[in-house]
Design a protein. Structure first.
Length: 669
């Protein structure tokens, strides 16, 4: 591995993304082998893949954490991030997307475009990340490149431009060939859409000069077409498409060349002030917390003191490493455009910005945990160790959102699904030596104000205290979250007190009238008053939840439930049963379609009514039914659905009891 200060000038940061089982880790393994980075091929099935290094990944043959590796290819240094494909680990995908300059989106030649493929594609487009499509598993029975290309053009983008054409399909597949290669490429042209003319036709949609010549029938040289594709691909306007069979190493070298040809170099200047983001945190037995950092500007060297702008603290770097699975090397320095693991930042968390935030891109929001579950220790004595272990895992995946209710002796985490629960159980056992049991997962509902109203609180007793607040509360659009503003002038309520109120409003909305988080609302502070002698800043920490809850009691709240966007495909004879099930689950669905003996239907259904449906569908259809799902937001529950959660702590509506409880907590903290 190279020292960062002696690396080649050329560099790429590339993420590999796909739906589960499309072949990301196998593709990564063959790329590393072909580049000479590893000497022997591992495999997912045998648990020897370089980037699946956690014990639980090797046992189960799935990736649960994103893995960063690097290699040298044709004098270009490439950081490659292999991401999980299972929807339960979407948060890892989300964080990896943020730090990539280019992406490879792998699609199975058999299964085609699946739900998570669409979700990742949407995120890549939102962030304008240049992307290469790679149709994998061309050697499998049922592979159909023409059908999958059609799905990509219809469901993802019409500007996917084939670069290689498949030589055969299924058991006759013998590799891929460049569409401009002449004789052999002509043999492959039997697969419609994979030819030079199709590439020209697609690029003509972007390039006026090429369009004119295409219409006139003037010859266009292969070199011109490739140069145009390179230009538009690096701008994220056109998307090169290749075919292959990674498990046999077919199409791998063409894919590696495409990374160099069509994905951009990272920007940034090593001489500028530092601007970097932490996208992953791991704990090392000897070095403690390791922060995986992507630098957009500047340089970090061993023993540098860096500012954590998110937390407002400065910490000293003790070591900078390049990590490959279980292997690590101290590189001493990391510069703009590169990715490395930084040790010594003991307070760092995922998402923290180091240095200036100017150059750091926004975080895409893909992963939304829809289930909450209670964790039980094997014995009462094990709770402290279990809390510490789950806190460490929450540092690595903040969406777990660990809650330890000390008075009730209860532990709660948020999860994406059943597979994640199995993995958490396994991790607690193998990594921490703890046996834990998880309760029955329950759906995370939310609340929203039913109508407009006001909340008022005059917190003036028992003295010394003085905080008067009036909030205007109104419902917002679905998905709008919390919008907060103040119309109170500084002479009425000092800025320091207003800042305290603004900080406490989101906390106050964590538990509404039914115990769920309150969302999709606008809260406006319309009146505020402090006392020159009697007011303490913490008075507003006490008063805000009482004012907010008093307002919610006046507006009432409506229960919101999480919805899933689903696509169900089954053999035609099961279509009627599926429609009956959808009606029972309170689904809203489009008219179904039937093609090639397969029945397909798309729609939205409540997460609460469909938790067990994938298992039920598989049993009903003898394993031949497929359901893909993605989060589709929250919407109002029907009047007959009621879900209430036990409140944690004292309800601010019981003002005298709440004041006593909070003042005692504040004085003891």
């Amino acid at each position: 591995m190279m020292k960062a200060d002696t690396r080649p000038v050329l560099m790429r940061n590339v993420g590999i993304f796909a739906h589960v089982d499309a072949g990301k880790t196998t593709t990564t393994e063959h790329i590393l082998y072909r580049s000479g980075r590893i000497r022997s091929l591992g495999s997912v099935d045998s648990g020897t893949a370089q980037t699946d290094w956690l014990d639980v990944e090797r046992e189960r043959g799935i990736s649960i954490r994103s893995a960063t590796t690097s290699f040298l290819w044709k004098n270009t240094y490439i950081n490659l991030v292999d991401t999980p494909g299972h929807v339960d680990f979407l948060s890892e995908v989300e964080r990896s997307l943020r730090v990539m300059d280019g992406a490879i989106l792998i699609i199975s030649a058999v299964e085609g475009v699946q739900s998570q493929t669409e979700m990742i594609w949407h995120a890549l487009q939102t962030l304008r990340i240049p992307t290469i499509f790679y149709i994998n598993k061309m050697d499998r029975i049922g592979a159909d490149a023409e059908r999958v290309l059609g799905e990509i053009h219809k469901q993802l983008t019409p500007l996917a431009v084939p670069v290689t054409a498949p030589l055969g399909q299924s058991d006759t597949f013998r590799g891929s060939v460049c569409i401009w290669a002449g004789g052999e490429a002509a043999d492959a042209a039997g697969v419609r859409g994979f030819d030079a003319a199709s590439a020209v036709e697609k690029l003509s949609e972007l390039d006026e000069r090429m369009l004119e010549r295409y219409i006139e029938g003037s010859p266009i040289e292969a070199g011109e077409v490739k140069e145009a594709l390179r230009r538009y691909a690096r701008q994220g306007q056109a998307f090169p498409l290749l075919t292959g069979a990674s498990s046999k190493g077919l199409g791998i070298e063409e894919l590696m060349q495409a990374i160099l040809d069509y994905l951009p170099e990272p920007g940034g200047c090593a001489e500028q002030p530092l601007s970097a983001v932490v996208f992953k945190v791991e704990r090392d037995k000897t070095m403690g917390r390791m922060a995986y950092v992507r630098l957009y500007e500047g340089t970090i060297r061993n023993r540098d003191t860096v500012l954590n702008a998110t937390q407002g603290v400065e910490e000293k770097v003790t070591q900078i490493r390049k990590i490959d699975g279980r292997r690590a090397e101290d590189i001493g320095v990391v510069m703009a455009g590169d990715i490395a693991a930084v040790c010594g930042l003991s307070q760092v968390r995922i998402g923290d910005v180091l240095g200036r935030p100017d150059a750091v891109p926004a975080l895409p929001r893909l992963a939304v945990p829809l289930l909450t579950v209670q964790v039980h220790a094997e014995s009462e004595q094990q709770y402290p160790a279990l809390v510490a272990a789950l806190q460490e895992l929450t540092d690595e995946d903040p969406l777990l959102d660990l809650q330890w209710l000390q008075d009730e002796r209860e532990l709660h985490v948020k999860v994406m699904g059943a597979i994640q629960l199995e993995i958490l159980t396994s991790l607690l056992q193998s990594r921490f030596g703890l046996k834990a049991a998880f309760g029955q997962p329950s759906v995370i509902y939310k609340e929203t104000p039913s109508r407009t109203g006001e909340g008022f609180i005059a917190y003036t007793m028992p003295k010394p205290c003085w905080a008067i607040l009036r909030f205007h509360i109104e419902p917002g659009e679905r998905g709008s979250g919390l919008v907060y503003q103040s119309t109170v002038r500084g002479e009425q309520l000092l800025a320091q007190y207003q800042n305290e109120v603004e900080r406490r409003v989101p906390e106050a909305l964590q538990q509404g009238l039914l115990g769920w988080e309150v969302t999709d609302l606008k809260v406006t502070l319309v009146e505020g008053e402090h006392h020159v002698w009697h007011t303490h800043p913490l008075d507003f920490a006490v008063a805000t939840p009482m004012g907010i809850m008093q307002g919610l009691a006046q507006t009432g709240t409506t229960l919101l439930e999480p919805m899933l966007q689903v696509r169900i495909t089954v053999p035609e004879e099961y279509g009627g049963k599926v429609l009956s099930d959808l009606v029972q689950m309170r689904a809203e669905f489009e008219p179904p379609s039937v093609a090639g003996g397969r029945f397909s239907v798309e729609g939205k259904l409540p997460a609460a009514t469909s938790l067990d449906y994938p298992v039920k569908l598989s049993a009903m259809s003898s394993g031949r039914g497929v359901i893909t799902s993605s989060f589709a937001g929250y919407q109002d529950c029907p009047p007959d659905v009621h879900a209430e959660r036990k409140r944690r702590g004292v309800n601010p509506l019981d003002q005298s009891k709440y004041i006593l409880a909070v003042r005692k907590a504040l004085s003891s903290s």
